[in-house]
Ligand binder design. Sequence first.
Ligand SMILES: [Zn+2]
Length: 132
Amino acid sequence: MSTPEQRRRYKAHWAEYARVYAERQRLEKQADPKRAAAYFIDHGVWPHRPQLPPLPVFPADLRGLVCGGKSRRTGNPCQSRALHTNGRCKWHGGLSTGPKTAKGKAKSAQNFKLMKVDKSLLNNTNLQDKIL
Ligand SMILES: [Zn+2]
């Protein structure tokens, strides 16, 4: 059994987890031995090791949360408990909404251009004669 409120809290938990995890990675990177040695050379003292923030504990009442997506075959709510961070299973995670970053959009546009070139190669009868 899972309610929209539980799913909202589930997503919020994993968003918070990702935020804290990234912060820990950033702090651990600062504790890199080479950086510490550089700090020692510059300042004459060793830098303090960073205190890492604790990762958020998974809420006990959200254990066993089910996907709840609608089955296309039976119409019943999906009972899968293997969920992604979006609160849905591998079959009900939703479609991709496309690239978000400028880099991703550029790569997507490049792939689209390559696809158009490939189709034009297939329509080119001279090339088909050479291939076959
Ligand atoms: Zn599902």
